[in-house]
Design a protein around this ligand. Structure first.
Ligand code: C2E
Ligand code: SIN
Ligand code: SIN
Ligand code: FE
Ligand code: FE
Length: 409
C-alpha cells in the first residue's frame, strides 16, 4: 500500500519520529528510554554501533552502548564500556560536542583534518578489534538549553554493509529525534509538553502557524467547547478533562503542513487552483501522522487534523475519507452536519476566525467586525449554527484570549 507521505524521505522521517514519541510514552524507566532512543536513531541511519553519554558534572559517562558487530559476532559483553567516561573539553569528539553544543558529522575519524582540536581515541578499537570510520555526534539539549547528553552513532552502513558518511536526511531526522529525546531523558516529560514540541516543529515550516496563532486556536476551541458542554449535562470534571484535550489537540490542527512544500506554503500571493489542491492535502498528512492512534488524545488529534476544513453544508474538504493509509482512496463522499466530529466543527470556526483577523503572506488582517459578519453569515453553511451561537455568546472571553496571545513584533 502506498503511503500518503511519500514525496520525500524527510516527511517519512517526521512521521516516523512521531511514531517513536508514541512508543516512548509507553516506556517507563530511564534505561529503557535511552535504549529505545539509541535503537531508533541507529535504525534511521543504519548505524552499526552507537552510544549515549550522559553529562555527570564535568564528564560524559557512557550509559548505553550498542554494537551489532562486537556484541553479536564476538559475544563481548555490552557493558564493556559502561564505566568509561570522558571529560567535557575540546579534545575528544564527544567532549567537543557537549562543550560547544555542536553536531559533528565525521566521514573518517582516522583521517580528521589536523586543524580540529579533537582527536579520535583509538584505544577502544584496538582493544576490541572494531574499526570505527564515520561518526555522527549530537548534543541532546534539555529545557534549560544545557547539554544533558551526547548521542553518538558509528558507521552508517550502505547496502553492501560498507561504512559510509551519514546521509543528510537521516542526520536531519536524528536531530529532530534527539531534540525531543533529551526531554524524555530528563524524565517527567508529559504528553502535553511533547505535543507542544511537536507544534514547534511544525511552526518551523509555516511562518503563519505561529505560536500565538496556535495558542489562540487552542484556547478559543476549548472555550467554545466549554460553553456548549454546559448545556450537555456532563459533570464538571469530565468537561474539564475534555476541554484540556481539545485545547491541546486543536493546537495540532495544521501539523500536516509539514508535508507541504515551502514553495506553496510560503507563497506571498494567491495560490493557483493546482497549488490549492496540493495545500488541501495538509488535512490528510496531519491525519496520517496520527494514523496509529491509540490514546483518546491521538484519536482527537487525528479527527481535528482531518476534518477542520469540512463545512457544515458538506462543501468543505477533504470530505469523507475511506482509508487514511491509502492515498488513492481518499474521498468517497461528502461529510456534513453532525457527521463531522464536534471538535472539528469547533476548530473549523476558531481557525477561520483567527486566520481572518491575522496577517498572512497572502492577505492583510480583517477587522473583528468584518470577521464576525462572515461568521454570522456563514452560520448553517460553512459553520455549525450551535458552534456559532456558543462563540458569539463568549466574545468577551475570545477578546481576552486574543489580547493575551499576541504576535511578537
Ligand atoms: P490559513 O491561512 O490558516 O487559513 C485558514 C482558513 O481561514 C482558510 O482555509 C479559510 O477558510 C480561512 N481564510 C483565511 N483567509 C481568508 C480570507 O481572506 N477570506 C476568506 N473567506 N477565508 C479566509 P483554506 O482556504 O482551506 O486555506 C487553508 C490554508 O491554505 C491557509 O491556512 C493557508 O495556509 C493556505 N492558503 C489558502 N489560500 C492561500 C493563498 O491564496 N495563498 C497562500 N500563500 N496560501 C493560501
Ligand atoms: C503521537 O505520539 O502520536 C504524536 C505526538 C504526540 O502525541 O505527542
Ligand atoms: C527535520 O529536522 O526533520 C525537519 C523538520 C522540519 O520539517 O522543519
Ligand atoms: Fe488547515
Ligand atoms: Fe491554522
Amino acid at each position: 500500500m502506498k503511503s500518503i507521505v511519500d514525496t520525500s524521505s524527510l516527511h517519512e522521517g517526521i512521521s516516523r519520529v512521531l511514531a517513536v514519541f508514541q512508543k516512548l510514552r509507553e516506556l517507563r524507566g530511564a534505561d529503557a528510554i535511552l535504549d529505545r532512543i539509541l535503537l531508533e536513531a541507529r535504525e534511521i541511519c543504519n548505524a552499526e554501533a552507537g552510544s549515549i553519554l550522559l553529562v555527570k558534572e564535568d564528564r560524559l559517562v557512557f550509559s548505553i552502548v550498542h554494537n551489532d558487530f562486537l556484541f553479536s559476532a564476538h559475544g563481548i559483553n555490552k557493558h564493556l564500556y559502561l564505566d568509561a567516561s570522558v571529560p567535557i573539553d575540546d579534545f575528544s569528539i564527544a567532549g567537543y560536542t557537549a562543550k560547544h553544543s555542536e553536531t559533528l558529522r565525521l566521514d573518517d575519524v582516522y583521517a580528521l583534518p589536523p586543524s580540529y582540536s579533537f582527536k579520535f581515541n583509538p584505544a577502544l578499537d584496538k582493544q576490541s578489534g572494531y574499526r570505527t570510520k564515520s561518526v555522527l555526534s549530537l548534543p541532546l539539549i534539555n529545557f534549560q538549553g544545557r547539554v544533558c547528553a551526547v548521542l553518538q552513532l558509528i558507521n552508517s552502513l550502505d547496502q553492501d554493509d560498507k561504512a559510509v558518511s551519514f546521509p543528510e536526511e537521516a542526520v536531519a531526522c536524528v536531530s529532530l529525534l534527539a531534540n525531543h529525546a533529551s526531554a524524555c531523558i530528563e524524565n517527567g516529560m508529559t504528553t502535553n509538553e511533547l505535543i507542544l514540541r511537536t507544534i514547534r516543529m511544525s511552526e518551523l515550516r509555516d511562518p503563519a502557524e505561529t505560536g500565538p496563532h496556535v495558542q489562540r486556536v487552542g484556547a478559543y476551541s476549548a472555550e467554545i467547547y466549554h460553553r456548549m458542554a454546559q448545556e450537555s449535562g456532563l459533570d464538571a470534571s469530565e468537561i474539564k478533562r475534555r476541554k484540556d484535550l481539545i485545547r491541546m489537540t486543536a493546537m495540532l490542527h495544521d501539523v500536516g503542513k509539514v508535508g507541504i512544500s515551502d514553495v506553496i506554503l510560503k507563497k506571498p500571493g494567491k495560490l493557483t487552483s493546482e497549488e490549492y489542491e496540493v495545500m488541501k492535502r495538509h488535512t490528510l498528512y496531519g491525519a496520517h501522522l496520527f494514523r496509529n492512534a491509540v490514546s483518546e488524545m491521538d484519536v482527537m488529534a487525528r479527527e481535528i487534523a482531518l476534518n477542520h476544513h469540512q463545512r457544515f453544508d458538506g462543501k468543505g474538504y477533504p470530505g469523507r475519507v475511506s482509508n487514511i493509509e491509502d492515498v488513492d482512496a481518499m474521498t468517497v463522499g461528502t461529510m456534513a452536519g453532525e457527521d463531522i466530529p464536534l471538535q472539528a466543527r469547533i476548530v473549523a470556526l476558531a481557525d477561520v476566525f483567527d486566520a481572518l483577523i491575522s496577517k498572512r503572506a497572502y492577505k492583510e488582517p480583517w477587522t473583528i467586525g468584518m470577521a464576525l459578519d462572515v461568521i454570522r453569515k456563514e452560520s448553517g453553511q460553512q459553520f455549525d449554527p450551535e458552534v456559532v451561537s456558543a462563540f458569539l455568546s463568549i466574545l468577551d472571553v475570545i477578546e481576552a484570549i486574543r489580547a493575551k496571545y499576541q504576535e511578537a513584533v
